[in-house]
Design a protein around this ligand. Structure first.
Ligand SMILES: Nc1ncnc2c1ncn2[C@@H]1O[C@H](COP(=O)(O)OP(=O)(O)O)[C@@H](O)[C@H]1O
Ligand SMILES: C[C@@](O)(CCOP(=O)(O)O)CC(=O)O
Ligand SMILES: [Mg+2]
Length: 433
């Protein structure tokens, strides 16, 4: 087995081989054999998401409604230094590099083929943890991203004769660990870029300054592997976040079944990030424990959240035919009821209570979005909300130390990019690795 490796966030960026043996404290220069070069670079992006209703309940087979956000994660894979696999994740201050030869020892023994994205089993994840020197810190943010990369990279290339040398850089406009699906956007990008580099899906041609989408069949494969990445990061994900990251737009998600909500009205939503850090993995596990402990109490709550999602969907469909102010009153009530349910499930937080109180003082209704426990909340803006009310609410929420902005929803799903389609800022960051 390879010696344990240390995450070296403070290692100089100019040092491409930020691979340090925990035992010796020196670089690991093993011999470089059995590595192939990638043919070319691949740049992809995927959006974050907002869950309108159904977070947590969706993990237990209930309906969720979710929409994509105009904040994206960008990931570039390019041919790397011969014999090296390097990953650069500046959002989580993690920069690592391994010798490809040492990675060969981690290739899974049983190979089920690319079409059957294989579940990461506990023994495999433990082996990867040991290899990368990550210990068993349940929710260490950096560990989970490194594990997701290693798992998808090794699985996707498992049947190649050689593992490719590559350098990956990822940058996100999304706050990480705040309920906006950064883990899914990351997993979708990883899956799309690695599958495309492997030649498992076609790389859709992109003209200068253009982006391109994959075929539905390819999107399904991207989504299947992204789901495995989410399994590593979340433990027990429902699959709703990676579905939005892959397909974009607005959708209804129920036990793996994805239905696009094509005729939804344009909703105006304020997003507030309480900036209280939390881990989806820990929160999802906490809800599971509560359901196991008090099934007769918790199952009706899950059923009620399911009914809220269905009522919201019905209301949105009616609004698409002709929105009336009464529809907005219904949406507001559903938001309030769901927020109470989420508190009952143990995923509230005083910072989220404050968000609800501050917005309600201005007549606006809010609920947490995503896993809760801090992170982000959404506030519905209605046609009869005066712009001065919106401005005052935003200011008061900012005064609480929160980030608050009006968001735009319904962005496209995973995209393949030409370099010139990226903004200067994103290109500059990706180019610096
Ligand atoms: N840009 C990124 N770079 C590296 N890892 C990321 C990035 N975005 C998300 N992740 C991974 O996803 C985790 C956050 O996922 P999670 O707790 O589900 O919160 P959320 O999905 O709501 O942002 C991070 O700890 C990290 O492991
Ligand atoms: C709580 C949950 O419903 C959503 C989690 O979203 P996020 O990771 O907090 O963005 C979990 C899931 O659906 O996998
Ligand atoms: Mg997540």
């Amino acid at each position: 087995m390879a010696p344990a490796l240390t995450l070296t966030s403070n290692w100089p960026r100019s040092t491409p081989l930020s691979l340090v043996s925990a035992e010796t404290g020196i670089f690991d220069f093993r011999k470089r054999v059995g590595s192939a070069m990638l043919a070319r670079e691949c740049i992809v992006s995927a959006p974050g998401k907002v869950i309108l209703h159904g977070e947590h309940a969706v993990v237990h087979g209930k309906v969720a409604l979710a929409v994509s956000l105009n904040l994206r994660t960008y990931l570039r894979i390019q041919p790397g230094a011969a014999g090296r696999v390097s990953i650069n994740m500046p959002n989580i201050d993690t920069f690592l590099s391994w010798d490809v030869t040492s990675l060969h020892a981690l290739l899974p023994a049983s190979r089920a083929g690319l079409q059957n994205a294989v579940e990461p089993d506990a023994a495999v994840v433990l082996k990867l943890r040991e290899y990368a020197g990550l210990g068993d810190r349940l929710a260490d943010t950096r560990s989970l991203a490194v594990l997701a990369f290693l798992y998808i990279y090794l699985s996707v290339f498992a049947e190649s004769r050689e593992l490719p040398s590559l350098t990956m850089a990822v940058w996100s406009e999304l706050p990480t660990g705040a309920g906006l699906g950064s883990s899914a956007a990351f997993s979708v990008c990883l899956s799309a870029a690695l599958l495309a580099s492997r030649g498992a899906i076609a790389c859709p041609a992109v003209e200068a300054a253009q982006t391109a989408r994959w075929s539905d069949e390819d999107l399904e494969l991207i989504n299947r592997w992204a789901f495995q990445g989410e399994k590593i990061i979340h433990g027990n994900p429902s699959g709703v976040d990676n579905a939005v990251g892959t397909w974009g737009g607005a959708l209804r998600y129920h036990s793996g079944k994805i239905k696009p909500l094509s005729s939804t009205p344009m909703l105006r939503i304020l997003l507030t990030n309480t900036r209280v850090p939390r881990s989806t993995k820990v929160l999802v596990a906490g809800v599971r424990d509560k359901i196991t402990k008090f099934p007769a109490i918790m199952n009706p709550v899950l059923d009620s959240i399911d009914a809220i999602s269905c009522e919201c969907e019905r209301t949105l469909m009616e609004m698409a035919r002709g929105p009336e102010i009464q529809h907005y009153r219904v949406l507001e009530e559903l938001i309030d009821i769901n927020q109470h349910h989420l508190n009952v499930m143990g995923v509230g937080h005083p910072s989220l209570d404050r968000l609800c109180q501050v917005s309600l003082a201005h007549g606006l209704h809010s609920k947490l979005t995503g896993a809760g426990g801090g992170g982000c909340g959404i506030t519905l803006l209605t046609p009869d909300t005066d712009s001065s009310v919106v401005e005052r609410s935003i200011q008061e929420l900012k005064d609480c130390g929160y980030d608050c902005w009006e968001t735009s929803i319904g962005a496209p799903g995973v995209l393949h990019h030409s370099p010139s389609s990226l903004t200067e800022d994103v290109l500059k960051i990706l180019n610096s690795y």
